[in-house]
Write a protein that binds this ligand. Structure first.
Ligand SMILES: *[C@@H]1O[C@H](CO)[C@@H](O)[C@H](O)[C@H]1NC(C)=O
Ligand SMILES: *[C@@H]1O[C@H](CO)[C@@H](O)[C@H](O)[C@H]1NC(C)=O
Ligand SMILES: *[C@@H]1O[C@H](CO)[C@@H](O)[C@H](O)[C@H]1NC(C)=O
Ligand SMILES: *[C@@H]1O[C@H](CO)[C@@H](O)[C@H](O)[C@H]1NC(C)=O
Ligand SMILES: *[C@@H]1O[C@H](CO)[C@@H](O)[C@H](O)[C@H]1NC(C)=O
Ligand SMILES: *[C@@H]1O[C@H](CO)[C@@H](O)[C@H](O)[C@H]1NC(C)=O
Ligand SMILES: *[C@@H]1O[C@H](CO)[C@@H](O)[C@H](O)[C@H]1NC(C)=O
Ligand SMILES: *[C@@H]1O[C@H](CO)[C@@H](O)[C@H](O)[C@H]1NC(C)=O
Ligand SMILES: *[C@@H]1O[C@H](CO)[C@@H](O)[C@H](O)[C@H]1NC(C)=O
Ligand SMILES: CC(=O)N[C@H]1CO[C@H](CO)[C@@H](O)[C@@H]1O
Length: 365
């Protein structure tokens, strides 16, 4: 059983590589442009249109619903792939997914680097009581022993928490708060570290048909046979993805052609993703301010009028207070709050310049 699975998994990776992965510049042979870093932690809710400067739909189109983003296959020869424009250099990826059900349909959340280090969660559509874990180092797809099956239930009807914890010393797969697999840097499976995933990775979320005549026999078998397109559509839904980058920088650069994590240089600065997230947070806060209404504005002006020093924190304080009351919960939930705190202070300064002046409290401070 295990052998069948493993053999097929390898074949399937070849299928996957053909269908959904590629590298435009191989850092093991070439000097490539640096990879854009994430450099922070953020949760993206997939019920709202993703920022195209951060996430790139490189194949197909998503449908957004209240529940999340739907990745739907309707016809043969099609696939969908969403790819982060940022890379993480070790970190955590927590995705909440409902797999697509249907023989020959593969749903996947993959971390992949430019030199084809890879860390996978994969769901084979014929079995909704199973998720598979796998990893590859430097594009080496030979060997039959890296994939595992993790039994579970209702993978197609319920969102579950699939978390990858990836550091230089170990790699962990967590399913709904249970550690289901660990791979250490130094163990025989990784060839003593040589084939351990260790270079900056993008996140790739996709769906593709393994059950097509054009795929290899092993791939078709692994996915549970040919797709019956009369059963289409086949839909994977992603509710949210939380990503934490263990480094905070602007870019990651391969220092030499070794592909060793020690050779990766972290280039200082704000990542374009952080800049973009801050821009968004600022817009949201401006909208929230407008939404508060005259009474609230006056309340804040009054608070600021009393003690000059308190003004710097007044809007922040007000937001926190409202948040605990639930009024601003949407804009300032826990994950977003951390990202927005700094911007709130900046926003507060801008606001101090304009709004206070307008309201006649400009003499304060
Ligand atoms: C987005 O994906 C398309 C198609 O693969 C590619 O041509 C484009 O360069 C990508 N954009 C970014 C910002 O990576
Ligand atoms: C899709 O299926 C049709 C009918 O079976 C076939 O003619 C066509 O070649 C298939 N296309 C692809 C891209 O597999
Ligand atoms: C690829 O992996 C196989 C199996 O683990 C191993 O025997 C082989 O030496 C590896 N090749 C390279 C180039 O690392
Ligand atoms: C699905 O996976 C579960 C868990 O590994 C296994 O017990 C079950 O036999 C599988 N079902 C099919 C139809 O292969
Ligand atoms: C998802 O699982 C990871 C690993 O157990 C855990 O750290 C995280 O808190 C979980 N997320 C939620 C929202 O419970
Ligand atoms: C990984 O390392 C930990 C502690 O260092 C050890 O307990 C565990 O057995 C190792 N696992 C494997 C698969 O080597
Ligand atoms: C690559 O760079 C790392 C870190 O500087 C160094 O330890 C390693 O020896 C280098 N490898 C090669 C093949 O140059
Ligand atoms: C990062 O951005 C912040 C404000 O957005 C700015 O104060 C800081 O100077 C920037 N840092 C770098 C290294 O550019
Ligand atoms: C998306 O879901 C989050 C979390 O439940 C919620 O705060 C937000 O308002 C939702 N967005 C839309 C557009 O429904
Ligand atoms: C494009 C290319 O030549 N890629 C090669 C880079 O080097 C690795 C191993 O060092 C080869 O496996 C690739 O084929």
């Amino acid at each position: 059983m295990r052998n069948t699975f493993a053999l097929a998994a390898v074949a399937a990776l070849a299928g996957y590589a053909a269908a959904q992965t590629s590298t435009t510049c191989d850092p093991l042979n070439t000097t490539c442009p640096a990879d854009a870093a994430l450099g922070t932690e953020h949760t993206w809710w997939f019920n709202e249109t993703l920022d195209a400067t951060i996430w790139n739909m490189t194949d197909g189109a998503l449908k957004y619903t209240d529940e999340g983003a739907e990745f739907t296959l309707k016809t043969n020869g099609s696939s969908l792939l969403l790819q982060s424009n940022f890379y993480i250099f070790f970190g955590v990826v927590e995705s909440w997914v409902k797999m697509a059900k249907g023989a020959g349909i593969i749903s996947s959340v993959v971390l992949e680097s430019d030199d084809l280090d890879e860390i996978d969660w994969e769901w084979v559509g014929y079995n909704t009581s199973l998720v598979q874990t796998d990893f590859f180092g430097k594009g080496n797809t030979t060997g039959y022993d890296r994939g595992t099956n993790v039994p579970m239930s209702n993978a197609d009807t319920e969102f579950h928490n699939y978390t990858t914890y990836w550091d230089h010393d170990r790699l962990e797969w967590w399913l709904d708060d249970v550690l289901v697999r660990t791979v250490n840097y130094s163990e025989s499976l990784t060839l003593g570290g040589k084939n351990y995933p260790q270079t900056p990775c993008q996140i790739k979320i996709g769906i593709w048909p393994s059950g097509e005549e054009s795929e290899s026999e092993g791939t078709i078998e692994w996915g549970g046979g040919l797709v019956d397109w009369d059963d289409a559509p086949f839909t994977m839904t992603v509710q949210r993805v939380r990503v934490k980058d263990f480094h905070s920088g602007k870019e990651y650069k391969y220092g030499n052609h070794s592909g060793d994590w020690q050779s990766i240089e972290v280039i200082d600065g704000n990542s374009t993703t952080v800049t973009e997230l801050n821009k968004k947070a600022k817009e949201t806060l401006a909208e929230k301010w407008d939404d508060l209404g005259e009474g609230a504005h006056i309340g804040i002006y009054a608070a600021c009028g009393v003690v000059g020093a308190a003004c710097v924190g007044a809007f922040v304080w007000w937001c926190i207070r409202q948040r605990s009351k639930g009024r601003l919960a949407q804009a300032l939930d826990d994950s977003k709050f951390a990202d927005q705190r700094t911007e709130m202070l900046n926003y507060q300064n801008d606001w101090k310049q304009s709004e206070w002046r307008k309201s006649g409290y400009n003499k304060v401070g």
